[in-house]
Design a protein around this ligand. Sequence first.
Ligand SMILES: Cc1cc2nc3c(=O)[nH]c(=O)nc-3n(C[C@H](O)[C@H](O)[C@H](O)COP(=O)(O)OP(=O)(O)OC[C@H]3O[C@@H](n4cnc5c(N)ncnc54)[C@H](O)[C@@H]3O)c2cc1C
Length: 399
Amino acid sequence: MPKAVIVGGGIGGLTAALTFHHFGWRVEVLERSQELGEIGAGIQITPNGMKVFRAMGLEEAIAENAFVPRALEMRFGRSGRQIFEIEAQKAVVERWGAPYLHLHRADLVDTLRRLLLKRQPNAVRLDAECVAYTQTPEKARVLLDSGDTVEGDLVVGADGIHSVIRTQMLGAEHPDFTGNIAWRAVVPMAQLGDLAPPPTACVWVGAHRHAVTYRLRGGTLANFVGIIEREEWTSESWTEEATRDEVLAAFKGWHPIVTNLIEQADVHFRWALFDRAPLSQWVDGRVALLGDSCHPTLPFQAQGAVMAIEDAYLLAKLCSETPNDLDAALTTYFETRLPRTAQVQRASRGNARLFHRPTPLSRALTYGPMWLAGKVAPSIIRSRQDPFFAYDIREEPLR
Ligand SMILES: Cc1cc2nc3c(=O)[nH]c(=O)nc-3n(C[C@H](O)[C@H](O)[C@H](O)COP(=O)(O)OP(=O)(O)OC[C@H]3O[C@@H](n4cnc5c(N)ncnc54)[C@H](O)[C@@H]3O)c2cc1C
């Protein structure tokens, strides 16, 4: 049985372990942390991601602690006036073929971990920091900082935006700071009373900034993401704790649902948002990149993790079809995934402009037609999401 060594136990790496196992491989996930986990924040898993889990019989397990939004909604950040609200429950499944879920990241990682360990109890090695890879024509190896090596038929670099596997493959260069920073927080719904965010995936738009609110964990938690344009990121770290006053100042004068969420949060985290121009290469012999290591994406289309989930399925499927010709499998993987992920990266950047219209005139010209479409032809709004959510990696023509 061939073996995949997967560097990184985030959403991408754990999903890859499940997809490789599904297609008959042994797996070993190497995670540098002492335990598998995620930050206290929400994540939206859109129908194209859920189709991957469904293909492996995991849809129900993934949905267990989720919240299914009633609608996709857009509002003005200051007044709270609604621009559109389109139904998202039955209509999502009918149009895009699978549900749209809101999950707590820690719940998602815990579910992926449990599903994986049930299938292969020794699949995860913690406290295993990878520093390099080597390979021969027959095998690939990962070198750990402890001096150990781990060998397999394939190495998958799912080690995130600061990937050491990508750096070795392509040289050291930094992702691009996109001029946006994000704050994130999670608050128990019980604390929010009448100012609870609506049971929707709600984007609140404004000049040079926007916020996203939604509910998590069966509706018991509310999630807040606030994004603002900033010229530069002055800190060494790309993520750090922020003060409540700083977040409140950025959203001063906004609707009380937004400002109350900020006030009620115990902790706010701040992220510098990076992405990267499409890379010329994701593959080196028996080593392949996946997820944020090769295509970090602005979160404005809610697709970063979902792209890693799609990558994981195609990579494992192709490798299992031609285990004796991994070169061909990995080339097809790269050539098929590059245009898809580049399209999502472009759309995410485009949404930054769409959500941050700076002047009353530009807002009227953008949101007026959206308001009208929401009233008379909501399918126009839905159709903007078709290329992302209707996509099914199992049906993608290979390149
Ligand atoms: C504000 C915000 C909101 C977002 N919202 C969404 C959303 O709603 N939907 C969505 O799909 N995406 C969203 N994303 C994007 C999503 O979070 C990422 O695309 C996704 O988490 C990337 O997963 P990954 O597994 O590729 O990388 P990561 O999550 O970064 O995981 C990498 C793992 O590798 C480990 N690692 C790193 N280096 C090493 C090493 N040398 N050795 C061993 N282990 C190592 C790390 O510890 C980590 O566990 C959002 C992002 C942001 C910033």
